[in-house]
Unconditional design. Sequence first.
Length: 87
Amino acid sequence: MPTTISSIELRNEYDDVSRTCHERMEPVLVTKNGERELVVMSVEAYEAFARRSELVAALARGREDDEAGRTMPSAEAVSRLRSEFAR
């Protein structure tokens, strides 16, 4: 569960929030007027999150292709790739 702070705490305690994001490698949830407003995270944590999101999206596309019958035997795929890269 991410740490939750108010927007005022973020403004007044930025250095502490930044340190928390870097040390824990997890996001901090920021609220405004009691409502969830923002998520703050380190660049490293964001990049890791983005890579995982891209992987999940690619896996979902692969599953959709499989379910739609847009597949081929691996030997054929390798052969096509070799032909494509030989050009």
